[in-house]
Design a protein. Structure first.
Length: 103
């Protein structure tokens, strides 16, 4: 990976657990970041079962399988966020959720 390191995908309660992430997903997110050209921050990658419970994750969360990544895009316009989503989907990422906090 050029733009990320495995530790960015670690469950907070298990150092080194980022290695459990799906390789193909990491390749896709790294390529999407390259095409986007701006920093993005990983807020959640792999989750242990106990950490998933702690954060209120779904019982069968894809994070526990290393198949999901949450990112934060602070100080980005909706247009910039949508641009990243378009790139990500174009790179093969097929599950995208959005949250725009109230200002």
């Amino acid at each position: 990976m050029k733009y990320f390191s495995y530790d960015e995908f670690d469950s907070p309660d298990e150092l080194g657990s980022g290695k459990h992430m799906d390789h193909d997903l990491l390749v896709m997110i790294d390529r999407a970041r390259a095409l986007y050209g701006k920093p993005i921050v990983v807020t959640s990658g792999f989750r242990t079962e106990s950490h998933n419970k702690k954060v209120g994750g779904a019982k069968k969360s894809q994070h526990m399988l290393g198949n999901a990544v949450d990112i934060r895009m602070r100080n980005k316009t909706k247009k910039e966020v949508l641009e990243f989503i378009e790139i990500a989907v174009g790179r093969g990422i097929n599950g995208v959720g959005l949250y725009f906090p109230a200002r």
